[in-house]
Design a protein around this ligand. Sequence first.
Ligand code: AP5
Length: 215
Amino acid sequence: MKLIFLGPPGAGKGTQAEKICKDYDIVQLSTGDILRTNRKHGTELGKKAQSYMDAGELVPDQIIIDMIKEELKKPELNKGYILDGFPRTVPQAEELDKLMKEMGQNLDAVLILEVQNEELVRRLTSRRICRTCGKSYHLIYNPPKVEGVCNVDGGELYQRDDDKEEPIRNRLQVYENQTMPLIEYYISKNMAHKIDGIGKIKEIYSKIQEVLEKI
Ligand code: AP5
């Protein structure tokens, strides 16, 4: 199964992708996570991406496309994957189409999580991430068992620099201007499945499962 996960920042893509990957035995490919890992290790890619990410802007298309080309070659992706955070612009989607064709692969579906802006701001300002494994929590909706500590590996929880009010507002604007046109792009290809992203994490996952059972 090969999927794309679309949705605004904070819609729950990472949260739901984790469940999908576990149950359907596929791999999550999150461009945001890959960029953050590169920043942590101080790579050239990480340094190039840093200022864009902190301001809530998109990293330039060519950087992302070169990165994803390398990622898609990895053998562990043979069992299937979910692209979380890619594509995010029409040029990225067109490049992905080209890549898929070259590799003789097809995408099965595009899942689109829909959540209103006020709720997104609430989710992002109280999100905390594990420094070691990247698992995400919410201080109120999805708290860790022990404050400040990851349930999975005991790692320290931190707040992302772009999860502050100003970059959040910018990310929402960027999503509207640059990523929302992709919804039409995939509707026209008959691949889009819209899912209401408001409600309990489990309820939303059930709706996703209903979609996945039909594809
Ligand atoms: P990225 O890391 O992809 O961030 P994002 O798209 O902004 O998405 P998030 O990770 O913030 O949100 P999410 O939907 O995964 O939500 P989550 O599940 O954590 O990108 C970061 C940056 O990298 C970009 O701004 C850009 O600079 C760069 N970048 C990445 N890809 C790029 C690309 N392709 N091109 C160019 N630049 C790129 O949930 C959010 C919170 O809500 C959590 O606290 C969670 O616990 C909680 N929550 C989840 N579900 C629910 C629910 N149902 N009810 C209540 N709370 C919930």
